[in-house]
Write a protein that binds this ligand. Structure first.
Ligand code: NAD
Ligand code: MG
Length: 381
């Protein structure tokens, strides 16, 4: 039985991870859980999974009597403290946003393996995370479906260097929408994703394709590939999860149903595979798989992510922070959908990027970018 600390237990990835645990026949023991708020939900999960350590960013009024044996932590740094107290073999970082960076660094220091869903950790502090993993000899197992696919395909590389990584993208709900209609799309339109059921923030990121931009940056760090060798291919059925191209032109792909439980279970069970972790893929029922190039005019987020990656240092962190602010503002219905990427672009122009020597450099850039993005967003309401 492997012990697992689950950070972000109440979210889309968190609940699917718990579903994998339930289906695993006792292969995993969840020894720690965290969430931001919704204490009642965490109490319910704690009664089911009986973790030793729990944490909430927002402290509840009281802990129920039957859960007081658990060691509790509260506050903004709850993930790091829970990881340190739990000392689980594996940590699944499934919190959303830049808070995942400190959590991921703590997981690498304390645990055997980091199972990483939180792409923002690599986007904001990729060098710090991969540097620490290398220094300590700890594996980072990707949970993001595209990166899990590439990770699986790369296991067949033998002595060959890959020529290109090809990330597939569903294209989101606005793949075929004209630009003007997209600009004015409402929160309801955005949250209706055609193939995946995810948290609100990443669902907005899929509609702008910022998500794919974040994933280009994530792939750059996970697989040590230069930006120009990471391509994006729109594939509306979300069946081919990504591909690797080798120098002879041969492509290897990983296919599966669009069900996050599969990459979650793969990371948890690696190097084994868990039977019946997710839905099975019936290719005959799917029938047709289609592919198209992304439209740079309607999805400028891809260009912005590449610019950030080429600029290096804190530029990807600024890209991410501005996006988090813009998405939150859109979800509060303060700005039109079409302004999200404009705010990201303006913030990138206004906040100079610098080198990353330590975590403090990331936090400073993140704070500056958030404050500037708030100002830009306020002017566009
Ligand atoms: P979500 O919003 O559904 O869930 C996030 C969870 O994290 C919630 O339980 C929330 O309470 C908790 N949380 C947020 N901030 C926290 C903090 N500071 N400390 C402790 N807990 C905190 O998000 P999600 O869709 O599950 O996504 C989680 C991460 O996984 C994101 O980085 C996302 O990009 C990535 N991801 C998600 C999917 C997906 O299918 N949902 C796929 C690939 C990657
Ligand atoms: Mg993904």
């Amino acid at each position: 039985m492997r012990t697992l600390a689950l950070l972000g237990a109440g979210g889309s990835i968190g609940s699917q991870c718990l579903d994998v645990v339930r289906r695993s026949g006792g292969a995993f023991c969840v020894t720690a859980m965290t969430m931001r708020s919704r204490a009642e939900e965490l109490f319910r999960l704690a009664r089911e999974f009986r973790p030793r350590v729990c944490g909430l960013v927002e402290e509840p009024e009281e802990i129920p009597a039957d859960l007081r044996e658990i060691e509790w932590f509260f506050g903004e740094d709850v993930n790091e403290r829970v990881v340190e107290a739990a000392r689980a073999q594996d940590v699944l970082a499934a919190v959303v946003g830049a808070a995942g960076l400190e959590a991921s660094l703590a997981a690498l220091r304390v645990s055997e393996r980091l199972l990483l869903a939180n792409k923002e950790a690599l986007v904001t502090g990729g060098e710090l995370v991969t540097g620490l993993a290398k220094e300590l000899g700890k594996p980072i197992l990707p949970v993001d479906s595209e990166h899990s696919a590439i990770f699986q395909c790369l296991r067949a590389r033998d002595c060959n260097e890959p020529a290109r990584l090809i990330l597939t993208a569903s294209g989101g709900p606005f793949r075929t929408w004209p630009k003007e209609k997209m600009y004015a799309a409402g929160v309801g339109d955005v949250l209706r994703h055609p193939t995946w059921n995810m948290g609100r923030k990443i669902t907005v990121d899929c509609a702008t394709m910022v998500n794919k931009g974040l994933e280009i940056i994530e792939a750059r760090h996970l697989f040590d590939m230069p930006e120009e060798k990471i391509a994006v291919l729109v594939h509306p059925q979300s069946v081919v999860h990504s591909l690797v191209e080798f120098p002879d032109g041969c492509l290897l792909a990983q296919l599966g149903a669009p069900d996050m439980r599969a990459p979650i279970a793969y990371a948890m069970s690696f190097p084994g595979r868990m039977p019946d972790a997710g839905k099975k893929l019936d290719l005959a029922a799917v029938g047709t798989l289609t592919f198209e190039a992304p439209d740079p005019a309607r999805f400028p987020a891809l260009r912005l992510a590449r610019e950030a990656l080429r600029a290096g240092g804190t530029a990807p962190c600024i890209f991410n922070a501005a996006n988090e602010i813009a998405v939150a503002s859109f979800l509060r219905e303060e700005i039109p959908f079409g302004e999200i990427v404009n705010i990201v672009e303006q913030t990138m122009q206004r906040v100079p990027s610098g080198n990353i020597r330590a975590l403090a450099d990331v936090r400073e850039a993140d704070g500056k970018a958030r404050r500037e993005a708030e100002r830009v967003a306020a002017a566009r309401r």
